[in-house]
Design a protein around this ligand. Structure first.
Ligand SMILES: Nc1ncnc2c1ncn2[C@@H]1O[C@H](COP(=O)(O)OP(=O)(O)OP(=O)(O)O)[C@@H](O)[C@H]1O
Length: 238
């Protein structure tokens, strides 16, 4: 694993009206790293993702990605720079086939890359090639998650934020998605996994960061972090 810092969050804060959803969040992610970002419901994980991906601005602080500040860039511009995210509820274009769904992000990456061949390659990487000409409504839950991952990673991002891609899946399906994420990481993609399926997070993460009520309360070796009394109390409810 390289020691280059690919992402740095500095003092990130976000308010919704009078409610503080994030406060002073500092985070560094190394190139090639697998980081788990955990925390109870409502602790600010998706808000952090939305600020990072440019869905809405943060009120305080900001992000540096590959040495460049992200402030002022739209979510599309961030995606073009290699920052990808999935959505908790998969958001395929319902009126397009599975293959056409992959052509959309490819088209963002430049006219030449939006070929059927490249789209099929993406589908093969998530084992969905046999469903290329199906409509999203014909896919199972786990296939929809795979399509979401293929859409997010079509442009071969340097950093992927996988936001609860395992929710509601069976044990075996979680293993399938885990294998896929390990493969993506093995091919060089840095991954931040936001997940409530603890088995998956602990198996996947080289490091864990914990958000509670909008603040980062722990960051380090997964075993050490999970055995911290404040994490057990806040997150695991023990
Ligand atoms: N658009 C919004 N307007 C007002 N409050 C919001 C908005 N988005 C999030 N919040 C609030 O901010 C807090 C953090 O929410 P967020 O969705 O980031 O938590 P989370 O850690 O991702 O939770 P979960 O694990 O349930 O997905 C919550 O209290 C939520 O109600």
């Amino acid at each position: 694993m390289s020691t280059d810092i690919v992402l740095r969050a500095e003092g990130v804060g976000k308010r919704f009206g009078g409610f503080t959803a994030l406060s002073g969040v500092e985070l560094e992610v190394r190139a090639g790293e697998r980081l788990g970002l955990i925390g109870p419901n409502g602790s600010g994980k998706s808000t952090f993702t939305n600020c990072l991906a440019g869905a809405f601005p943060s009120h305080d602080g900001g992000f540096t990605f590959k040495g460049q500040k992200l402030a002022g860039l739209t979510s599309h511009e961030r995606a073009r720079r290699g920052l990808a995210r999935t959505f908790q509820l998969p958001r395929p274009f319902r009126g397009l086939t599975v293959l056409e769904n992959i052509r959309v992000p490819l088209a963002y990456g430049g006219r030449d890359s939006a070929t059927d061949e490249r789209a099929m390659e993406c589908l093969q990487s998530v084992e969905l090639a046999s469903k290329a000409h199906r409509m999203p409504r014909e896919l199972t839950q786990v296939e929809l998650r795979r399509l979401e991952l293929a859409r997010a990673t079509a442009l071969r991002p340097e950093l992927l934020i996988a936001d609860e891609v395992m929710a509601g899946l069976s044990h075996a399906e979680v293993d399938q998605i885990l294998a896929l994420l390990f493969r993506l990481n093995g091919n060089g993609t840095t991954i931040i996994m936001i997940e409530h399926v603890m088995r998956a997070v602990t198996e996947f993460s080289q490091r864990l960061a914990v958000l509670v009520a909008g603040k980062k309360i722990a960051d380090g070796d997964p075993r050490a972090v999970l055995s911290m009394p404040e994490v057990e109390e806040a997150y695991l409810g023990r």
